[in-house]
Design a protein. Sequence first.
Length: 198
Amino acid sequence: MTSRFFGSAVAAAALCTSAQAGVIVTNNQSLWTGRVTTGGQVVGTESFSDFANGLYSAPVSGTLGNVVWTASAAEGLYVEDGYFSTNLPVPLTFTFNPGVRAVAGNIFGTDLNFNVVTCVVSVTLSNGITFEGISSSPTDFVGFYSTTTDISSMTIVTSPLVTGSVFATIDNLYLAVPAPGAAALIGLAGLVARRRRA
């Protein structure tokens, strides 16, 4: 199932939200963040600023809250001043373990020299839900919130509007993670339940 938001770069910046198969798709970061917090979780942010500039062999992993994210792309990944990208104009895939109820990012395309270029961005989740639109800025936002099942992966594909190579690039990765202390409370509830059974 695909959600298409085509138009000019100005139209792409307009507020767009749709719901499909239990997943809410939006390009409004405040709305996405509100859904995450209303759902009892907090937003974990990977800014990629701890990564040194240069080429990385895939896969690359990190942790947000209790979630391990892993990024992969054919022929490796490249970081430049906090922009996390592919080394070739190929899809960029993130997997999440465990799966998450919400994922988002500032998603766009860059050229060989890491200049931001206007391009078509397609973001597809593990369940086949896709956002497609025009990106022209490193602040362009794409967010997904699932009301039914966890999201285990997200794949980003960029393509030129006319000609040239475009590299899938993300500035910030946002995930819904348990609020601090939630895991401790769950563990405490389990301990109390075990004591009652003893």
